[in-house]
Every structure is written in structure tokens, then in C-alpha cells.
Design a protein around this ligand. Structure first.
Ligand code: ATP
Ligand code: MG
Length: 323
């Protein structure tokens, strides 16, 4: 009997990622391969499996999205497994998405430095493809970029449809990939619902979102945050791309050191400090870029990605970064 042994690589909000290895006598967590031809074939190369409970539908949706968005700068998906996984705690029914094992995630190397131009070209190319199919990534940050040989690829793609009202809480990670317009929208609706908006003239969209949020559920701050929506837009990814490349090229976090907010703490974390960080970063970007020689000619392009409005498309960023 053949088995697939699962070794923990990383655990996140969307699932647990395991490095998988074929073996005859498994230890720890494993999956029995018994006749599972596609899984056995996949194990001929180093693979990982992103595993979630069977009751969680997101993994299948993520696999479908990745297949649809297949591109040289998007992580490939080799298949989906569904069935029992044996763990020390017993048997659990899981859904697993098989992917080739990356050499390393960007999060492991960014502080050592990496060629920002190549990173910008590869990621802009992947984003331009995703955007051309009317989807956005939605959470582009250093933890969601992987290196395969000399190629950078996007992973953990939310696959939000352009123009469709999407929960702000899904559009980016605070201080990393959440664009200022999403943070501002969240703050504005919170102010309207909380009644602290006196004297201001809320934008129509924020007013509508506030009414919808109240209708859906505004009993607690967490429920309110989860109800607030904004249309998904490619510019949000372009902002996150600018923020990411700035961070990698300067080895400085774009918005200043992020506060220690774990992924479950965002729902209650106050939004005002994030908005202040956005404002301060926006005011000082040009000066900061002038002082950073590592950015060289990329500086103005990165600044344009971080612009509050009128950002270039990912396709334009790719073209300009190539020259
Ligand atoms: N194909 C891969 N090869 C190597 N490591 C990977 C691979 N896919 C994911 N990882 C590692 O697992 C981590 C989590 O993966 P991913 O971002 O897809 O899951 P997630 O559960 O949505 O995480 P989070 O909620 O933290 O964003 C990545 O940051 C990366 O370090
Ligand atoms: Mg992730």
C-alpha cells in the first residue's frame, strides 16, 4: 500500500499547506493512496497540498479559479483531492488542492533583497492576465508570491469578479495589500453607521453601503465590517503591487512597521491608524523614493502604482518595467 505523508509547511486563514511525500509506511499525518492514480502521478514531482475541512467550500473554488486563470506567473494547480486524512487526532474529511512545491515564498527572502524589476515585471504580467479575464487577485502581498526557479508566481488568488460588490474584509490584508480606497470605504461606512459622521457629506456609494450594512447586520462591529462591500477593481491590485515592490526594493515596509495584528484580529482592529499610515506614506513617498537609490528608474513607476487615483493598468506597468 502506498501513502502520501503530509509535512506541515504553513497554516493560514484559507487552509493548511503541507509538503507531500510518497512512502510505504507513513508517520504523522497521511493520506492512503489506494488506486488514486492522479495523486500518485502528481507525486512524481515535489508537491504541496493546501488542505481544508470538507465542510469548507473555499478550496474547491480556489482550485477552479486557479485553473481558469492559468498563466506562467500564476501558481499551477495539479488537481483536487477529497477524502479522509489520517492525523494523530483521528480521521478527518478534507479537501486538498495539489500544487507544485515552490523553491521559496517571497516572504522568506524579501528582507534579504531581490531584483525588484524582475519581480515587478513577473507579477504585473500575472495580474494583467487575471484582469484581462475580469478577475482581481484581491490580496497581493509578500506571503502570496512564490518563486519557482527564476520565475515569480502569484498564489492564494481570491478571484473576485471586477465590478462585483465584494466584502472589504476579503479585499486585502491591513497594512500589506489593502488599498486606501478600501480602508477609506470601511471607515466611511463605519462613521455613518456609528453616527459620528455629523457635518460630513458622505459619498453616495458609502451611504448606500451603510444602508445595506445596517440591513444585513450591524449588531456588532465585527458583523458590520463583514457586511461592508465595495466593487472589486483592478486598481486595488495595482496599488498592492506598488506597495509590495516598494517594500521589497527598499526593504522598508511601505506603511511603516505593521502593527501585530493576527489574521483573526483584523475584524476588531481600529481602522484609523491604518488610514493615518496611508496618509503619511502618501505625503512622503516622493521624498522617500528620491533617497532610495535601489529603485533607480523604477521609482516613478512605483509612485504611479501608489497614486490615490489614476493608477496605470497592470499591462502598462509590465510594459514600462520591461524597458
Ligand atoms: N506551492 C507552494 N509551495 C511552497 N509553499 C507554498 C505553496 N503554496 C503555499 N505555500 C506556503 O504556504 C503559505 C500559505 O499559503 P496560502 O497563502 O495559499 O494559504 P492561506 O491559508 O490563504 O494563507 P493566508 O491566510 O496566510 O494568506 C504561503 O505563504 C507559502 O509560504
Ligand atoms: Mg496567503
Amino acid at each position: 500500500m502506498a501513502y502520501m505523508e503530509l509535512h506541515l509547511l504553513a497554516g493560514g486563514g484559507g487552509g493548511t499547506v503541507y509538503h507531500c511525500r510518497a512512502c510505504d509506511k507513513p508517520t504523522g499525518a497521511y493520506i492512503a493512496l489506494d488506486g488514486r492514480v492522479r495523486l500518485i502521478a502528481a507525486l512524481r514531482q515535489p508537491v504541496v497540498m493546501k488542505v481544508a475541512l470538507e465542510s469548507d467550500d473555499d478550496t474547491r473554488a480556489e482550485a477552479r479559479t486557479l485553473k481558469l486563470l492559468a498563466h506562467p506567473h500564476v501558481t499551477a494547480v495539479l488537481g483536487v483531492f477529497s477524502g479522509p486524512m489520517m492525523t494523530a487526532e483521528g480521521e478527518v474529511d478534507v479537501v486538498g488542492m495539489l500544487m507544485p512545491l515552490a523553491d521559496e515564498p517571497l516572504s522568506a527572502v524579501w528582507s534579504r533583497g531581490t531584483d525588484p524589476r524582475r519581480l515587478l515585471v513577473h507579477l504585473a504580467s500575472g495580474l494583467a492576465h487575471i484582469h484581462s479575464l475580469q478577475y482581481i487577485h484581491g490580496d497581493l502581498h509578500i506571503g502570496n508570491v512564490l518563486r519557482f526557479k527564476d520565475q515569480w508566481k502569484l498564489c492564494d488568488i481570491g478571484g473576485f469578479v471586477v465590478g462585483v460588490a465584494t466584502r472589504c474584509m476579503q479585499l486585502g490584508t491591513p497594512y500589506w495589500s489593502r488599498s486606501p480606497e478600501v480602508a477609506e470605504h470601511l471607515a466611511e461606512v463605519e462613521r455613518i453607521v456609528g453616527g459620528s459622521d455629523a457635518g460630513r457629506k458622505p459619498r453616495l456609494r458609502a451611504r448606500q453601503a451603510a444602508a445595506a450594512a445596517v440591513r444585513e447586520s450591524a449588531r456588532t462591529r465585527v458583523a458590520l465590517r463583514h457586511a461592508i462591500r465595495i466593487p472589486a477593481a483592478p486598481e486595488m491590485d495595482v496599488w498592492a503591487l506598488g506597495s509590495l515592490v516598494y517594500t521589497v526594493a527598499t526593504r522598508l515596509h511601505w506603511l511603516g512597521p505593521p502593527p501585530s495584528v493576527d489574521s483573526y484580529g483584523w475584524s476588531t482592529h481600529p481602522i484609523e491608524p491604518e488610514l493615518e499610515a496611508h496618509d503619511a506614506a502618501r505625503r512622503s513617498t516622493k521624498q522617500r523614493l528620491r533617497a532610495v537609490s535601489s529603485l533607480g528608474e523604477l521609482g516613478p513607476l512605483i509612485v504611479s502604482c501608489l497614486h490615490p487615483s489614476g493608477r496605470p493598468t497592470a499591462g502598462t506597468v509590465e510594459r514600462l518595467a520591461r524597458v
